[in-house]
Design a protein around this ligand. Structure first.
Ligand code: ATP
Ligand code: F1X
Length: 313
């Protein structure tokens, strides 16, 4: 079973627009509402592919009740912890060429006692978990070492941990020795203080992150694919998408596919890439089901360190 913790979940509203013009009234072509937050998405992708998972989330206000309702309707196994503040809403503006612009609210603060309740819920449920995935930003006021503290407790109990966060929370968690981290290009550059413009920079920075404490590093590189580094070995892969619709949640789908396939080596990287590109071809932050996933387009190759990275970050 894979347990996920999302301290800052969201209602994800995706609005499809023809183009973006600042200051204009833009008439939307379509809109979608999805349950959101990085760990929530990992659980949704796992459920869609019949892999057991349980999502721990705080929820509050009308938005929080709506989030729990949407997750219940999807059949997600979850431990919702009621909190005083309202769950945030995040908005994505999606253009026809697949470009997405995201507006993420900060989220509402968790009190120390709410944080304790959430930590107890995770520690209790983790007894029957193979992995604990802690993902996403921290709401205001939550200490930056919260994931680090959990990593240490799980390591002592022999439970594997995967971390997908950014900034100081990522740096603190890495120092606590997680089994796996899943930065994107920007997060890897920030955590290591290294500019990343070529594939060789990703290899060097991932090695640096391993030196800082992470056991394996799965770096997602948008349209440039992903690079997995573990035990001094690395693999690079890509999976082109013919018609990108929304990359929101693609990194979460990648992490879910990677964990579902054993979380190590070329085969797990290939599965993560297949799930991620399937997510990119779907609207909003919809997670791919088996019928959406095409493994035939995945290409794993020896990385050329000089290869420039084309996608942003
Ligand atoms: N335009 C694209 N074409 C092909 N694959 C893509 C594209 N965008 C994303 N991907 C796939 O999705 C993976 C995750 O994308 P990205 O690096 O943007 O993750 P992320 O920043 O963690 O995203 P999120 O936080 O929204 O989940 C990439 O490694 C790649 O495999
Ligand atoms: O603000 P955070 O926590 O960094 O990211 C939140 C978020 O952008 O991540 C998911 C996609 O990965 C979305 O469902 C959600 O809106």
């Amino acid at each position: 079973m894979i347990l996920t913790l999302t301290l800052n979940p969201s209602l994800d509203r995706t609005i499809e627009v023809g183009s973006l013009t600042r200051g204009a009234v833009i008439r939307a072509a379509a809109a979608h509402l999805d349950p959101g937050g990085k760990g929530v998405n990992v659980s949704r992708a796992l459920l869609a592919n019949q892999v057991r998972s349980c999502a721990v989330i705080p929820f509050g206000g009308d938005e929080g009740r709506q989030l729990v309702g949407l997750l219940s309707a999807e059949g997600i196994d979850m431990i919702p912890v009621s909190v005083g503040g309202a769950t945030r809403s995040n908005v994505t503006l999606a253009e026809p060429d697949g470009t997405v612009t995201k507006l993420n609210e900060p989220g509402t603060a968790l009190t120390p006692s709410e944080l304790d309740t959430l930590a107890s819920a995770v520690l209790g449920a983790a007894e029957s978990a193979d992995w604990v995935v802690a993902s996403g930003s921290l709401p205001p006021g939550v200490p930056v070492d919260v994931y680090a503290g959990l990593c240490r407790r799980f390591a002592a109990a022999g439970i594997q941990t995967a971390i997908d966060t950014s900034g100081p929370a990522l740096v603190a968690a890495v120092a606590a020795g997680p089994t796996l981290v899943k930065p994107n290009r920007e997060e890897l550059a920030e955590a290591t203080g290294t500019p990343i413009t070529r594939l060789g920079d990703v290899i060097d920075a991932a090695e640096k992150l391993r030196g800082m404490g992470a056991r394996s590093v799965l770096t997602s590189l948008g349209a440039d694919g992903a690079l997995l580094m573990e035990d001094d070995r690395f693999w690079y892969g890509r999976c082109p998408v013919e018609e990108p619709r929304s990359s929101v949640g693609a990194g979460d789908a990648m992490l879910a596919g990677f964990l579902a396939a054993g979380a190590s080596g070329e085969a797990a990287l290939a599965e993560g890439l297949a799930w991620a590109s399937a997510a990119v071809g779907l609207p909003g932050s919809r997670m791919p089901a088996p019928a959406d996933i095409d493994r035939s387009a995945v290409r794993i190759s020896t990385p050329d360190p000089a290869q420039p990275l084309m996608s942003g970050g």
